[in-house]
Unconditional design. Structure first.
Length: 267
């Protein structure tokens, strides 16, 4: 029986792109269960796609995970398929940093192949739609049991492209984090995961200062009055900022990669 295939793209749903990718997969692996992670990644936003993929995949069955946010489609970037060290997951997509954060979540990459000229791709191959002609068919064949080593040319995992990301740090008794993503409610995701929180002296249930704004380190939005800023761990256990019934992004005037300075407060 074919494995699960997940799809994540920046294609949206206004055009036929997603449906055609589903169709290509169904022709090769009709028994595979295809699950859409999201097709709402902001267009060309590789980092948002990478963060969503890293955060979401632990909630999906192990399988073949096709991710496409590909502003350099048809240019010099490679098309790749990767196997993770843990959970035997295969990730397929452009070699532009999109896949590596998720792969690292599962122990890193133990095998990689370059699939731009894979025997599984569709012919003729359009220069501008590798989602249909390369990634979907390669993913479908791999889900249907084709060996990864035969899907393309071997590639050293150390040569894969990594994303450049800001890194949180401690400085003068403060946690200096960064705004790495925003949601439609104005909540702000920070670059601090659960296992790192304890190293910064923050205590749940206690007041904090966030860029000199008063806030509370709380469990959920309703723990503070409407309109008040809170620091919390989001549903993926990353530190985040919110305003109960409001927008933390607007209150703090934050943009992507802005520093956020957080310290315990007595007020």
């Amino acid at each position: 029986m074919a494995r699960v295939i997940t799809l994540l793209t920046d294609y949206g749903h206004d055009d036929d792109f997603v449906g055609v990718c589903h169709g290509v997969i169904a022709r090769t692996a009709p028994e595979a269960r295809v699950i859409d992670v999201t097709h709402g990644i902001p267009r060309h936003d590789i980092r948002s796609g990478a963060l969503v993929l890293r955060r979401a995949l632990p909630y999906f069955p192990a399988g073949v995970h096709v991710a496409i946010v590909d502003p350099e489609v048809g240019a010099e970037r490679r098309a790749v398929a990767l196997r993770t060290a843990e959970d035997d997951r295969i990730l397929v997509g452009p070699d532009n940093g999109l896949l590596l954060p998720a792969a690292q979540r599962f122990g890193g990459v133990v095998e990689a192949v370059e699939v731009s000229r894979s025997k599984h791709r569709l012919e003729p191959t359009a220069a501008t739609f590798h989602g249909r002609d390369v990634f979907a068919p390669v993913g479908a064949h791999l889900a249907d049991g084709a060996p990864l080593a035969e899907a393309g040319e071997p590639l050293e995992p150390d040569n894969l492209v990594e994303l450049t990301m800001p890194e949180a740090r401690s400085e003068d008794g403060q946690l200096v984090a960064h705004a790495v993503a925003f949601d439609r409610f104005g909540n702000v995701m920070l670059d601090v995961e659960h296992d790192e929180v304890g190293t910064h002296g923050l205590r749940l249930g206690h007041p904090v200062a966030v860029n000199d704004e008063s806030a509370h380190y709380a469990t959920t939005f309703a723990d503070v009055p409407a309109g008040q800023l809170l620091l919390y761990e989001d549903s993926y256990r990353w530190l985040a900022l919110a305003v109960n019934r409001g927008s933390a992004a607007d209150l703090l005037g934050l943009r992507l990669d802005d520093e956020v300075r957080i310290r315990p407060s007595s007020a």
